[in-house]
Design a protein. Structure first.
Length: 398
């Protein structure tokens, strides 16, 4: 735990309180990582099972992330309740999803999304405001937990067996129930700083009252959250299908594993990369590299299986630092505020819209490479907005 307290010698009871605060959040993010990315490795089988087109398959992402939009909108008002009840609702959706038709599956995915929206938003706020001096590191570790879940998703799917999807959803439902029970250990009755350093109690209370942002940065952060989650889910959701169609010898589950392992490794290296480059420079560099990688995916007509694997890995690696840095930049300006929900909700809108538009473009142009132009354009817009995102707060202290 020492790395979470740079320069601070907290008493043992404070460390225990911090673990009780963040331990359930880390476990929830692991489970949420499985649920968030499950449509990616499942998509080729679902398209074949229901005999649907790419534009129709894109609506599955839309239902899920519209649910996340609704959940994120209300999450910041009750952080522990958001984790507890969000996990329970996601468990219910997973338990019923496997037995539904294509049309009714949207309802279950919406319920799963509502649960994910409340839990993920609450978890980011808890980790980003519990210990302000280690905000970026805590958020990076939190997203590592999410990345482990994303990696575990295709592995769990293979263990369950391609012909036994019900077992996969049953295990996922059980994990959400456990996450709901663990969340009861979180104590947020007092200010979040009570479980951290007492020397920072004043600054923590000031963080809570920093909203609202001026209109320009507020809208910029909302747009950036929209774009990032849209880009990540477009790539994570459609790259497995793109790989299988380009080279049938490749397997969708393995492509998903490569993508999320690369993202996990990138987030494990965030702390070291921030030390070498600084947060703003790292943020911009990752976006530039991501744009190059996505451009290659769109323009290379005859690409080898090795080339697809390489670009998949590089795409996940360059995406990795962007979200924790984005949330860190945002919370440095807003603090823990009850109206943060709409900002996180904008991310869910991106997850609902961009993967769907990717599928629509793929069907319209009869080529999934054309659809991948959508996340590439999103990365370009993220780079354009980076000047406002990485700007320092006007009032740095009290």
């Amino acid at each position: 735990m020492q790395q979470l307290h740079p320069g601070v010698t907290a008493p043992d009871e404070d460390r225990i309180a911090l673990f009780r605060m963040l331990g359930p959040v880390f476990f929830y993010f692991f489970v949420a990582g499985i649920a968030t990315v499950m449509l990616g490795p499942l998509l080729p089988a679902l398209i074949q099972h229901w005999q649907i087109q790419d534009s129709q398959a894109g609506t599955l992402f839309t239902a899920d992330f519209l649910g996340q939009l609704c959940g994120a909108w209300i999450a910041a008002r009750n952080l522990r309740g958001s984790l507890l009840y969000g996990s329970a609702l996601s468990a219910l959706g997973c338990a019923t999803l496997s037995s539904l038709s294509f049309g009714n599956a949207h309802i279950a995915l919406f319920c799963i999304g509502v649960g994910l929206g409340t839990g993920l938003t609450a978890g980011n706020i808890i980790a980003g405001t519990t210990l302000p001096s280690a905000r970026a590191r805590l958020l990076a570790i939190l997203n590592v937990a999410w990345g482990l879940g994303a990696i575990a998703c295709p592995l769990l799917l293979r263990i369950a067996g391609a012909g036994d999807i019900r077992r996969f959803f049953f295990v996922l439902a059980i994990l959400f129930v456990i996450a709901s029970l663990f969340s009861t250990a979180i104590k947020i009755s007092s200010s979040s700083s009570d479980s951290a350093e007492t020397s920072q109690s004043t600054s923590s209370s000031q963080l809570k009252q920093r909203m609202p942002l001026p209109l320009l940065p507020l809208m910029t952060f909302a747009a950036a959250m929209f774009l990032y989650v849209g880009v990540e889910n477009s790539l994570g959701g459609w790259l497995p299908t793109y790989a299988v169609r380009t080279h049938p010898s490749l397997q969708a589950s393995f492509i998903a594993i490569y993508f999320w392992v690369a993202e996990l490794v990138g987030r494990l290296l965030v702390a070291a990369l921030m030390f070498l480059l600084g947060e703003p420079a790292l943020y911009r560099l990752c976006l530039v590299l991501l744009i190059i990688i996505e451009t290659l995916l769109c323009v290379l007509v005859h690409i080898s299986a090795g080339g697809i694997l390489t670009l998949t890995i590089l795409g996940g690696f360059t995406l990795a630092p962007v979200f924790p840095l984005l949330v860190s930049f945002m919370l440095a300006r807003t603090g823990n505020h009850k109206r943060l929900g709409p900002l996180f909700a904008s991310a869910s809108v991106g997850g609902a819209v961009l993967p769907w538009i990717t599928g629509v473009c793929s069907t319209q142009f009869h080529n999934l490479r054309a659809g991948l132009v959508v996340p590439a354009a999103g990365a370009v817009l993220l780079l354009i907005l980076s000047g406002v995102i990485t700007a320092k707060p006007i009032t740095s202290r009290g």
